[in-house]
Design a protein around this ligand. Structure first.
Ligand SMILES: [Zn+2]
Length: 343
C-alpha cells in the first residue's frame, strides 16, 4: 500500500511523507477514525515508505522491502491486534508482541514499525505497559495505534503521540472511486456515496454487497407502491421486512449496519428526494435519479405537511426499535404512516 493509492486524507499524507523526508518522525502515532475510514491503509503506506530502500515522495513499490511490505511479510512491520473474539487487547499481548520484541534491532531496515489495530481495546494495565515503551523507545521504533476512539487512551499516552484524525472523503471522490475501481454504475454510486457519509470503507462495503442491493430493491418497491397498498399488501410488506431482520439477527447479513437501519435510511433518502424536488423542481439534485419519474409524481401529490409527518414517523420508528417495542407493530405503524402521507 503506497500513499498514492489512498483516496483523500491529503493533510495526513503530506504530514507523514514530510516527516520521513526530513527524518523528523515521531516514535508514536495515533490514527483515529471510524471503522472503514482508512486507518490501516494509511499506517501501511507510512510503514512501507519508512522501510523502502529508495523512497522519493512515496515508497518506490519495487524494492525488496516494498515487496515484503505489500505482501505483509516485512519482518520489520509488526502487526498487533486483540486475539480473535477477545473484547480486550491484553497486557500479555502488549508485553510479548511490543515490549519484549522492540529491544530486538530491525532485520534490515532503519526502522521497526508496530501497527496496533483496535488499540482502544487496551485496558488500563495494557496501556500502562505500553507507556513504558513509548516513554523510552529505541531510536528505530515507531508505534502506530489505530483506534475508533482516541479518548479511551490515558492522558499520558495521548500526550506522547502525534494524533492524526482521519477525514471524511467527498461524495465526488467516493463516486469516482466506485465507478472506476468497482465498475458501479453512476446512479448506484450516487446512492452509496450519500449513504457512506465520507467513509470509503463503508461505501465499498455497500457497493459490493448483495444484501444491500436486495434491501434497496425491496425498500424502493415499498416506497413506490405504499400509497396504493391495501391491508393485505401492508402485512406482506411487514413480513418481508421481518424476514430481513431475522436473517440479520441470525448473523447471515454481511453489513456492518443492521438491515432495518439501512431500510430506514433508504426511506429517508427517498422522501428527502421528494421534498427536494417539490421545493426546487430540479431533478439533477436527486439521489434516486433512476426513479425520477416516481419522485416527481410523489412531489406533486404529497403536501409539505405530509412529508413532515413522514420524517416524524421514521424518527418514531427508530425510537420504537431501539426501545424494543414490538417489531411487527412498529413496522406496521411505519408503513401506515407512509401510506397516509404518500398521496
Ligand atoms: Zn521501495
Amino acid at each position: 500500500m503506497s500513499f498514492s493509492q489512498i483516496i483523500g486524507q491529503e493533510e495526513a499524507k503530506s504530514l507523514l511523507i514530510n516527516a520521513i523526508k526530513t527524518e523528523k518522525t515521531s516514535h508514536a502515532y495515533i490514527f483515529s477514525g471510524p471503522k472503514g475510514s482508512g486507518k490501516m491503509m494509511l499506517a501501511e503506506a507510512f510503514a512501507q515508505m519508512l522501510l523502502c530502500e529508495n523512497p522519493g515522495d512515496d515508497a518506490c513499490g519495487q524494492c525488496h522491502s516494498c515487496h515484503q511490505s505489500i505482501s505483509r511479510n516485512n519482518p520489520d512491520i509488526i502487526y498487533v491486534s486483540p486475539e480473535e473474539g477477545k473484547a480486550s487487547l491484553s497486557v500479555d499481548i502488549v508485553r510479548e508482541q511490543i515490549n519484549n520484541n522492540i529491544v530486538i534491532k530491525p532485520y534490515s531496515g532503519k526502522y521497526k514499525v508496530y501497527i496496533v489495530d483496535e488499540a482502544e481495546k487496551m485496558n488500563q494495565q495494557a496501556q500502562n505497559a505500553l507507556l513504558k515503551t513509548i516513554e523510552e523507545p529505541p531510536a528505530y521504533a515507531i508505534i502506530i495505534l489505530l483506534t475508533t476512539n482516541h479518548n479511551s487512551f490515558l492522558q499520558t499516552i495521548l500526550s506522547r503521540c502525534v494524533t492524526i484524525q482521519m477525514k471524511t472523503i467527498s461524495d465526488e471522490a467516493i463516486k469516482s472511486h466506485l465507478t472506476q475501481k468497482f465498475q458501479i454504475v453512476d446512479y448506484q454510486s450516487e446512492i452509496v456515496a450519500s449513504f457512506a457519509q465520507g467513509n470509503l470503507g463503508k461505501a465499498i462495503e455497500l457497493a459490493t454487497s448483495a444484501d444491500f442491493q436486495e434491501i434497496k430493491e425491496k425498500t424502493l418497491s415499498l416506497v413506490k407502491r405504499v400509497g396504493a397498498m391495501d391491508e393485505y399488501e401492508i402485512s406482506q410488506a411487514v413480513g418481508e421486512i421481518k424476514d430481513l431482520r431475522d436473517r440479520d439477527k441470525k448473523g447471515e447479513g454481511n453489513l456492518s449496519q443492521p438491515f432495518v437501519g439501512q431500510i430506514l435510511d433508504l426511506i429517508t433518502l427517498w422522501y428527502r428526494d421528494v421534498l427536494l424536488y417539490k421545493a426546487t423542481a430540479d431533478d439533477s439534485l436527486l439521489i434516486y435519479k433512476e426513479d425520477s419519474y416516481d419522485i416527481k409524481q410523489l412531489a406533486d401529490t404529497c403536501t409539505y405537511h405530509g412529508l413532515n409527518e413522514i420524517f416524524d414517523t421514521i424518527d418514531h420508528t427508530r425510537k420504537r426499535l431501539s426501545a424494543n417495542v414490538n417489531f411487527e407493530l412498529t413496522i406496521m405503524l411505519l408503513i401506515v404512516g407512509l401510506k397516509e402521507n404518500s398521496k
